[in-house]
Design a binder for this molecule. Structure first.
Ligand code: NAD
Length: 351
């Protein structure tokens, strides 16, 4: 296994990882270890070329610095990618070779499951490195993060609603929900419990039918979801869905959901603000997922207590961001980024 540093202006360290025998080519990007070990998942997918993978891993690892810091965790930001098709090119030898590369960094980067990876793959990595979370079993195994992610999003919706409308009650409120997967389904159940009316869409017709049956949801088409009359839009499927085409269609006062990278460009945060739509920054709203994984990375014994404390702190952070954005008359996304930048510049951060 060969680990070659790639010079970077934006990252603390980036390494090209290769081993010819098993066909491994990958990258580990450590954006920041200022607040703690760089934590972020390992993704495997067939990139068009090495540069495309390098761009993706840098964007994702920087994003993890912001997500982990906003969640109040003693973790920095990192990410890793393996170039290749997980269905045909993933092997235990390849995973172990990548695991040895992670281990050689002596805990500076801690990995977890991401696209193209499974809990069983994390167990294979764990044969050769201690720096891995998302294991299927073990004393600190943290399991499916989706319920905690959804709880954090539910809190974000409630707090945004309070700031915008002066009430935390969601009974009778209309919520349009895009994506009924792991996170979306739990969120739908929490919203239903709170008395909200759901308008849902998903590419998987069976999930939509189940939500209609279980929650009395109204089903709409994939592209219709943007234009429905509702109070809150909760994107819980894919990224870049807040863009120049969709934002003008929105008829909601709040956007708060769990999908990563909802904004197609930073300017779209300003476009939402200009339309008077309160946007709960995604990397804060969906921080419950990394809070859950952090219990495993940090080997927390009182898991429920830690999660409850961090979710409450995350909610406070969201409240401060939304309040400050309103006071300054700028987008919450801009305030959220500035808030983390300040945390990273604080003297204690470098200790
Ligand atoms: P998932 O794959 O379980 O669910 C995604 C759902 O979206 C699926 O039901 C899929 O059919 C649907 N979908 C895909 N494209 C769609 C489209 N164009 N329109 C409508 N529906 C579509 O994934 P998940 O774990 O629920 O994650 C959802 C989002 O939240 C992702 O962006 C993920 O990165 C983010 N996220 C998840 C977690 C977590 O704990 N799982 C944590 C943080 C962020």
């Amino acid at each position: 296994m060969k680990l070659t540093p790639i010079p970077s202006q934006s990252h603390e360290a980036i390494y090209r990882v290769e081993e010819a025998d098993c066909g491994l080519l990958g990258i580990i990007a450590i954006h920041s270890t200022q607040l703690g070990p760089a934590a972020g998942g390992l993704r495997m997918r067939p990139y068009s070329d090495f540069d495309a993978a390098l761009e993706d891993v840098q964007r994702l690892s920087a994003g993890m610095t912001y997500k982990n810091a906003a969640a109040g965790l003693p973790l920095g930001g990192g990410k890793a990618v393996i170039l290749g098709d997980p269905a045909t090119q993933k092997s235990p030898e390849l995973l172990r070779a990548f695991g040895r590369a992670i281990e050689s960094l002596n805990g500076r980067y801690v990995t977890a499951e991401d696209m193209g990876m499974s809990p069983a793959d994390m167990a294979t990595l764990a044969e050769v490195t201690r720096s891995v979370a998302g294991l299927p079993e073990g004393e600190f195994a943290s399991g499916d993060p989706s319920p905690i992610t959804a709880r954090g999003i539910f809190n974000a919706i409630t707090t945004a609603h309070e700031i915008r409308h002066g009430s935390r009650h969601l009974a009778g409120r209309r919520v349009s929900l895009q994506g009924l997967g792991h996170v979306g389904w739990y969120l739908a159940s929490f919203l239903h419990e709170a008395g909200a009316q759901l308008i849902v869409t998903d590419v998987d017709a069976a999930r939509v039918a189940a939500a209609v049956a279980e929650f009395g949801a109204t089903a709409v088409g994939l592209d219709e979801i943007y234009g429905v009359e509702a109070d809150i839009f909760a994107p819980c499927a894919i990224g870049a869905i807040l863009n120049a085409t969709t934002i003008p269609q929105l008829k909601v006062s709040i956007v708060a959901g769990g999908a990563n990278n909802q904004l197609a460009t930073p300017a779209d945060a300003e476009a939402l603000a200009a339309r008077g739509i309160l946007y709960a920054p995604d990397f804060v709203a969906n921080g419950g997922g990394i809070i859950n994984v952090a219990t495993e990375i940090l080997e927390i014994r009182d898991r429920a207590g830690f999660v409850a404390e961090k979710l409450a702190a995350l909610d406070d952070t969201m409240r401060r961001i939304l309040t400050e954005a309103a006071r300054q008359g700028v987008s919450p996304d801009r305030v959220a980024i500035a808030t983390v930048d300040q945390m990273l510049q604080a003297p204690h951060a470098a200790e």
